[in-house]
Design a protein around this ligand. Structure first.
Ligand code: AMP
Ligand code: ZN
Ligand code: FE
Ligand code: FE
Length: 271
């Protein structure tokens, strides 16, 4: 049975609630899905409860945005203790900084003549982990740009005039934290980060898997990461990184799926 191990909800920058995602998983024939919101576990309780009711398997997860030498590295965590006070304390700090950062991004936009307000962005996000995709939506709504891509290319992308970073863990800290809260840490979309040299050090911190199957991974990259997984004895995971049907990403829930035996491997590795 297929499972999708990388899914975002309205608790970060996804368009669907955790409950809707479960219904959609049932419709498209997935046995289980993992909820992996950016720097948030806010949706997990509702997700797990709906999964029990609907008989769809649920894997409590997270996707940390981390940074190493100015590169953004995403670390997934599966089967985390999402009620851990230690985890919630760190997420609180990250989320507070994400909100402060929205204000700074909007100030930069205002300086260059674009009239949106931080409240416009918070109203779109409606959650504790607001991000640039919510700013992009506000920019589209205001008429300043017409697409997500234009918003990132002209204003809020890494090199854009309104780019502002936010407080992040290092990838090593993220892996260690996930282990501390009894989760299985996985290197997300490694071809996107293009930092394979850190894999041995991530493993020393407790890395258990690598996201081999991912929408933008080309066949030769999938081969490369399969070989790396074999060499380092890492679990091969995969997922669609679904953000919603109208998120500007051309991928459906379950559009990248893997066999459910990986769920057992991750569960074992998470103990
Ligand atoms: P943030 O975590 O707030 O910095 O936002 C990062 C998110 O923005 C990523 O997870 C993507 O979903 C999205 N994103 C980043 N770069 C682009 C881009 N060039 N075009 C569209 N979406 C992007
Ligand atoms: Zn996202
Ligand atoms: Fe990611
Ligand atoms: Fe993601």
């Amino acid at each position: 049975m297929p499972v999708d191990l990388h899914v975002h909800s309205t608790y970060s920058d996804g368009e669907n609630t955790p409950e809707q995602l479960i219904e959609m998983a049932k419709t498209c024939g997935l046995a289980s899905i993992a909820l992996t919101d950016h720097d948030s576990v806010g949706g997990i309780k509702a997700f797990v409860e709906k999964g029990i009711e609907t008989q769809i398997g649920t894997i409590p997860g997270i996707e940390f945005t981390s940074e190493f030498q100015k590169s953004e590295i995403h670390i997934l965590g599966y089967f985390i203790d999402y009620e851990s006070q230690e985890l919630l304390g760190i997420l609180n700090k990250i989320q507070k900084d994400r909100k402060d950062r929205i204000v700074k991004i909007v100030q930069k936009l205002n300086k260059i003549g674009i009239e949106i307000s931080a409240d416009d962005v918070f109203e779109i996000a409606k959650n504790d982990s607001p991000g640039r995709p919510h700013v992009a939506k506000a920019l589209i709504r205001s008429g300043a740009v017409s697409t997500f891509k234009e918003a990132f290319d002209r204003f809020i992308g890494h090199k854009g005039p309104a780019y502002v970073g936010h407080y992040k863990l290092t990838p090593f800290e993220a892996v260690k934290l996930i282990r501390q809260v009894k989760g299985a840490p996985v290197f997300a979309h490694p071809a996107v980060s293009d930092r394979d040299s850190i894999i041995p050090e991530l493993m020393a911190c407790g890395l258990k898997g690598i996201e081999v199957f991912y929408p933008t991974h080309r066949p030769e990259q999938v081969e490369r990461y399969k070989n790396i997984a074999k060499k380092f004895e890492l679990i091969m995971t995969g997922g669609s990184d679904f953000h919603g049907e109208n998120s500007g990403r051309n991928i459906k829930l379950g559009g990248v799926a893997i066999d459910d035996k990986v769920v057992d491997e991750l569960r074992k590795a998470s103990i």
